[in-house]
Structure formats: structure tokens, C-alpha cells
Design a protein around this ligand. Structure first.
Ligand SMILES: [Ca+2]
Length: 428
């Protein structure tokens, strides 16, 4: 018998075994990957991974693959899986072991509190279907008993019989915002073609957030100007309404966020002025995306994708940029030389429009050219200070190179330009 067919046989046996045992042939086939450990031992993390798997079996919502057999198949196929935490790597594993969905995550411990983050990923599309976390304070036994069970049920999107949990409170999601389930990803120039400040590629985790599907429009921003007596920014005679607002500084964007938060009864995120503006990331108001959030969303949840519309080739028929010349990853075509109404082109898989092109988008972060060399892993928010704020995504005026999701631009926060706008984040 050939070696490769042995792996195939093992795989068939694996599903046959589990399907028969559970009688759940119509449930999605699920692989549970080792939780990444931070601040706890590998042995403890393994205990938690095993227990989470058991609790996922107990929900009867999945046909769950055995972890050991999953690894046997990977070894048989010569797949190097150590250190595999990125969404892409987990998806690759799912494909090899024949799972339809994968669970991966991380467990950390600060003081006496364990935090387990996990996400459910579709192997076919690479999209994160669900992400959730539990915090449990106490001994490992308690985490095993309560935390894993709670998390397993959260991942199913059902309450199960967790009587101690109140029903998930209804989030009043603002119009035109979509949930971006958080997760790990490799941030930076994963294609090895960008500028020095996009290196090194580094692993980053971002929490869940909601992001505007569209760049903020003139209609939205003009309402703010009207209400506050501000002078409306020029539209360059290109038209207002559903075109992205332009000639807005980083300060203007921040003030708009706070105004809109107040108008909708939310807690404003920003306080202070000038260089001393601070952001309360726990507030439920509107704010600018961090650079990590922006890139994670543009790359459809941290996938290895070059442009914000989910494509690896920039086509002027699909992105509003300067497509007058062709390069390795673009096709030549129309150069419009002005903004297009938001949402004129197809969105990416997270239903986000114009992440590449149309207008550059202000991010929260101060710019640090060497920041990626020592960025924190969890929800990085940029250097503590600086002279410039970060922008992402390129504009109608940009080359395809600048429209890459990993590409970083920066400008003084007071700068207003006809190719710069912004979009909003909301975290309830
Ligand atoms: Ca844009």
C-alpha cells in the first residue's frame, strides 16, 4: 500500500468512526486546533484544547475530528504545523484533514484570570464565522469546567443550557456597519514587495469590531458641519452627497466621531486636543480604526490578499486608483482623477467597499516607521507619540502599489487634501 493512500484511508476511517459514534452526519465536520498559549504552560494549554474539543462535541452541533488523528494526517502529508496560528495556516490544515470548519484560538493568563479567545473559521471561504472569548478567574479546574463549556456554546451561536449566562444583549448596530470578527493575522508585507516600514511581518491579534462599509460621505459630514456651524469642506466641484468627504484633517475626523457619538447617545471615545488627544478604547462611541484593525479588515480578516477588495490584481474597473500604467499586479485602464460615489465597486468578502482606492483613510495610530519591529501582539495601537498619523488604502490619485492593504502612508494630522477621507469603527 502506498503511503499517501494510507493517509486517505485514515481520514475515511476518522470520519466514519466519528459519524457513526455521534450519528450526526449532517453537522459540519470540525477540526479543533491547539490553543496558542501565552503566560501558561503548553501542558495546561493542551488540557484546555482537549476540554474545549470535548465541550464542542457535547453541543451536538458538530462532527468533531480527533486531534491526534488530525495530526497524524498532517504528519503523514508532511505538513509543518508547529507555530501555526494564522487564519490562513488554520484553513490550510482544515483542507488537508478534510474539515469544513476549524476552531483555533489562544489562551492567556494575567494574574489569576484565564482568557480564552477562539474563532470558528470556514475552511472553504476562509471567513471567520464566529469569534468569542471567556474570562475565568480561578484555578485551572474551574477554567476547564466552566470556561471551555461556555466558550463552546458561544461558538455555536446558541445559548445551550448555560443557566448562569444571561442572554446576549442585543447590539444596536448602526446602519452600514459590519461586524469584523477578530483574530490573529500576519500583519505587514506578506508578499515581500513593499516598503521597509511594512516589515517585519508580525503576528497580531485584534478584537472584534464593527467597521463602516463605506468611507464617510459628504452627506454625513455636511450634517455635522450644519449642526456645529463649521465651514463645509470643498468638494473640488466633483459633487457632494454620496461621494466620500475630502479635505478633512485627522482632527476633523476625530471631532466628527465625537459629535456623532454624542448625537446618538453614545460615549465619545476622544478627549483632549491637538497632540494630546487620547482615545478611550472602552467607550462605545465612534472612532477611527487602528492601523491593525484597518489592515485586518482590508485583508478580509487577515488573509493573504493584496488589495482591499479581496483581489490580488488591481483593475481600474474594480478600484478607483490611477490605473494609467500597468505594473506586476495591476492592469492598465481608466484614470478618473477624481472620487467616485462610495460603494461604486464590488466589496470584499466582509462587505467593505473602497478599502483600496477612492480616498486614503485616516487611522488612529501615530506613524512609526520601525513600529512593526516591536509592536505588541494584542491590539496594537501605534507609538505613544509622533509627528504623523497613519493612512491606508490609497486613493483615486494613487498607484496600485499604494493601494495594497499592507501599504502605509502618513501625514501631519492637520493636513487636508482632496484624496484623504476616513471611515468609522464602532465597538459596542
Ligand atoms: Ca478608501
Amino acid at each position: 500500500m502506498k503511503v499517501k493512500s494510507w493517509a486517505g484511508l485514515a481520514y475515511l476511517f476518522l470520519f466514519a468512526f466519528i459519524s457513526t459514534m455521534s450519528g450526526q452526519q449532517n453537522k459540519p465536520h470540525l477540526g479543533v486546533w491547539d490553543l496558542d498559549a501565552e503566560g501558561i504552560s503548553k501542558a495546561e494549554a493542551n488540557l484546555l484544547s482537549d476540554r474545549l474539543l470535548t465541550e464542542l462535541v457535547n453541543t451536538h452541533e458538530f462532527v468533531v475530528l480527533e486531534r491526534k488523528k488530525m495530526k497524524d494526517i498532517l504528519t503523514e502529508q508532511g505538513f509543518q504545523y508547529s507555530g501555526c496560528v494564522s487564519g490562513q495556516c488554520i484553513v490550510d490544515i482544515g483542507k488537508i484533514v478534510g474539515a469544513q470548519q476549524m476552531v483555533s484560538g489562544r489562551v492567556g493568563k494575567i494574574g489569576n484570570t484565564y482568557t480564552i479567545n477562539a474563532r470558528l473559521i470556514s475552511v472553504e471561504t476562509g471567513i471567520i464565522l464566529k469569534t468569542d472569548a471567556v474570562d475565568i478567574t480561578g484555578q485551572i479546574d474551574e477554567v476547564l469546567k466552566r470556561g471551555c463549556r461556555e466558550l463552546a456554546w458561544k461558538l455555536t451561536g446558541r445559548r445551550g443550557n448555560l443557566s448562569e449566562n444571561s442572554p446576549a444583549s442585543e447590539v444596536n448596530v448602526p446602519p452600514n456597519m459590519v461586524k469584523i470578527p477578530g483574530g490573529w493575522f500576519y500583519m505587514g508585507d506578506s508578499f515581500g514587495e513593499g516598503d521597509d516600514d511594512e516589515q517585519p511581518v508580525h503576528q497580531v491579534y485584534v478584537n472584534d469590531f464593527y467597521l463602516g462599509q463605506y468611507e464617510v460621505t459628504f452627506a454625513e459630514y455636511d450634517a455635522f458641519c450644519q449642526a456645529t456651524g463649521r465651514v463645509k469642506p470643498s468638494d473640488q466641484n466633483w459633487g457632494r452627497q454620496d461621494r466620500p468627504v475630502i479635505f478633512v484633517s485627522w482632527y476633523d475626523a476625530v471631532e466628527y466621531c465625537n459629535w456623532r457619538s454624542q448625537r446618538e447617545g453614545l460615549t465619545p471615545c476622544y478627549s483632549g486636543s491637538g497632540d494630546n488627544i487620547t482615545c478611550n478604547f472602552s467607550a462605545n462611541g465612534y472612532r477611527l480604526p487602528t492601523e491593525a484593525e484597518w489592515e485586518y479588515a482590508a485583508r478580509e480578516g487577515g488573509q493573504k490578499v493584496r488589495f482591499g477588495n479581496g483581489k490580488n490584481i488591481a483593475d481600474p474597473l474594480e478600484i478607483n486608483f490611477n490605473g494609467s500604467t500597468k505594473n506586476d499586479y495591476s492592469v492598465a485602464g481608466v484614470y478618473r482623477a477624481w472620487t467616485t460615489p462610495v460603494g461604486s465597486f464590488s466589496p470584499n468578502r466582509l462587505k467593505l467597499y473602497d478599502m483600496s482606492g477612492n480616498v486614503w483613510e485616516w487611522c488612529w495610530d501615530w506613524y512609526g516607521g520601525e513600529y512593526y519591529q516591536n509592536s505588541p501582539q494584542q491590539n496594537p495601537r501605534g507609538p505613544a507619540g509622533g509627528s504623523y498619523r497613519v493612512l491606508h488604502g490609497g486613493s483615486w490619485f494613487s498607484s496600485a502599489r499604494s493601494c495594497r492593504s499592507a501599504s502605509r502612508y502618513h501625514d501631519t494630522p492637520g493636513r487636508r487634501d482632496d484624496n484623504v477621507g476616513f471611515r468609522l469603527v464602532f465597538v459596542p
